[in-house]
Design a protein around this ligand. Structure first.
Ligand SMILES: [Zn+2]
Length: 276
């Protein structure tokens, strides 16, 4: 009996080892990327994501490949009685995978599941109010990214943000930018960059842009970025990502250095997608 358990245990270890082996993972992803992309999926994404048909042919095909991998590797969970549909999975996967077009080969490695609520959801938050007093409050949320392994989204917000592509607000871009930021275990507005020298440039451009936004918000000066970006450097990166994808022309005009930094990081130029 003990010997049988031991054999199963060893087989289990071997199978797990093979499944997480980088070579096996790479090959499995390659196979998934080459799967035919169903026409119905295309129709759903075309209907929900206005810039989908504006991508360059290479980006378009690459995005479809990433979506295939994303859908197999991530788990979608409906909350508060929500039934998960193909439309929900494809819309979220398509927007999230826009952030992966740079082919770094990672698929939000810490993320395991995406929890979806029908609309705004509420959580209990403990807030220190000073003088050692802690208050528990009920707070409304539209989305959040947990360092652990989850992203939580409101479907109503996802749909609204994805259809209104040019307003600079997109909860999926925002929460998945946090995932990129948190990949190294820290949420401080610095994702993993390809070269050591990139970190210096990143720090210089981001710090300058963040301080400028904080100043503008304090002085009530209108800016292309949402004032929420002035909360901290992590929120700044998430909001800058939303602005880069949804208001590229305005961002380039207001802060060319920040635009070019994000263009270099994401390896794409969203201005090309709004060409006539
Ligand atoms: Zn955030």
């Amino acid at each position: 009996m003990v010997a049988t358990i031991l054999i199963f245990f060893i087989i289990g270890l071997l199978v797990t080892g093979i499944l997480v082996n980088p070579i096996f993972v790479k090959q499995r992803r390659k196979r998934l990327k080459h799967r035919p992309f169903p026409a119905l999926w295309n129709a759903i994404i075309e209907n929900n994501l206005p810039i989908y048909l504006r991508l360059f042919p290479t980006e378009y095909r690459r995005l479809q490949g990433h979506i295939q991998v994303f859908l197999v590797e991530k788990q979608f969970i409906g909350c508060a009685g929500l039934q998960i549909t193909e439309e929900m999975k494809l819309t979220i996967a398509a927007v999230a995978c826009l952030l992966l077009l740079n082919e770094r080969g990672e698929y939000f490695p810490k993320l395991r599941s995406i929890l979806i609520y029908p609309s705004t959801y509420f959580v209990n938050e403990t807030i220190a109010t000073g003088n050692y007093v802690v208050e528990e409050r009920r707070v409304a949320r539209l989305g959040e990214s947990w360092t652990k392994d989850q992203v939580i989204l409101s479907w109503e917000q996802v749909k609204q943000d994805t259809h209104n592509w040019n307003d600079g607000h997109n909860v999926v871009l925002h929460e998945f930018a946090h995932q990129l930021d948190q990949e190294d275990g820290k949420a401080e507005g610095v994702p993993i960059l390809p070269r050591k020298s990139d970190y210096l440039i990143w720090a210089r451009v981001m710090t300058e842009a963040y301080q400028q936004l904080c100043h503008d918000v304090q002085q009530n000066i209108k800016t292309v970025m949402n004032s929420y970006g002035a909360t901290n450097p992590a929120e700044f990166f998430a909001v800058a990502t939303e602005t880069f994808f949804e208001k590229p022309q305005q961002l380039l005009k207001q802060n060319p250095a920040l635009y070019q930094l994000l263009q270099h990081y994401y390896q794409l130029d969203p201005i090309q997608w709004i060409r006539d």
